[in-house]
Design a protein around this ligand. Structure first.
Ligand SMILES: CC(C)(COP(=O)(O)OP(=O)(O)OC[C@H]1O[C@@H](n2cnc3c(N)ncnc32)[C@H](O)[C@@H]1OP(=O)(O)O)[C@@H](O)C(=O)NCCC(=O)NCCS
Length: 218
């Protein structure tokens, strides 16, 4: 009997095996030392009482996102900013790995270690450009503090940290988009209202929940 025939049952079995499931873990999206080694004396915002990325407050830790944060209420916090949609663990891990591999995503969280819950998050994305001698632009995105923890300086801490991080990564400019009601918040860190218009075109306005798979489809 040709060799291939012997192999067919094995090949069929391999094809039927479930794809290895990747489990959420504590691997950080980026090296936490870059946050710990920021020169906090360069921070221009006032904190009272004094807090810093190394010492964000009692029981709090400021650190990079990891996939285990999926089970620590990361989406519950993000959902207080905007519609998150239904995201499966596989989708979350795939997107996380993509961001991690690129090296340009700094999704940062504050965890309340007593509760084992994420209470705040903000993201710095580095955009690479050919202009300005192949410069980098920092974009601050998705700044949100959970309702119960607002007013404890965590929004300020994350925004100051990511602003300093952009400088540390040699960005020539940092930009962000926000609602008019939040303009004064960002002015605290030196951001100015631009003369340029923010324009957009919404492409996926037609998202529907696929009830069978529990995911959003076009
Ligand atoms: C905006 C947000 C991140 C601020 O975080 P926070 O933890 O509540 O604020 P902090 O405690 O860090 O900062 C408090 C300081 O900011 C000021 N502040 C807070 N929210 C503000 C706002 N929307 N506009 C102007 N100032 C604001 C406070 O007056 C205070 O000023 P002070 O330090 O001079 O006393 C938080 O309210 C939030 O998550 N909002 C919902 C999501 C959102 O809108 N995110 C911004 C997306 S662009």
């Amino acid at each position: 009997m040709p060799y291939l025939f012997h192999c067919i049952p094995d090949l069929l079995f391999a094809a039927m095996m479930p794809v290895a499931t990747v489990m959420p873990d504590d691997t950080p999206m980026f090296d936490p030392r870059i946050l710990q080694e920021l020169d906090w004396s360069e921070n221009t915002t006032t904190f009272s009482p004094a807090i810093s990325p190394l010492d964000p407050g009692d029981g709090l830790v400021l650190r990079p996102l990891c996939t285990a944060d999926l089970n620590r209420g990361f989406f519950k916090v993000l959902g207080q900013l905007t519609e998150t949609g239904v995201v499966s663990p596989e989708q979350f891990i795939k997107t996380f790995e993509h961001m991690k591999r690129s090296g340009d995503y700094y999704v940062t969280v504050v965890e309340d270690t007593n509760l084992g819950q994420i209470v705040a998050t903000a993201t710095l994305v580095i955009e690479h450009k050919f202009t300005h001698s192949c410069a980098k632009r920092g974009r601050i995105e998705d700044v949100v503090v959970s309702g119960e923890c607002r007013g404890k300086q965590l929004g300020k801490l994350l925004t100051s940290t990511l602003t300093l991080l952009s400088k540390r990564l040699n960005c020539y400019k940092i930009t962000l988009e926000c609602l008019p009601k939040n303009v004064d918040f960002y002015k605290k860190f030196g951001y100015l209202v631009s003369d340029e218009n923010y324009m957009f075109q919404r492409i996926s306005s037609d998202l529907k929940v696929d009830e069978f798979h529990g995911i959003y489809t076009m």
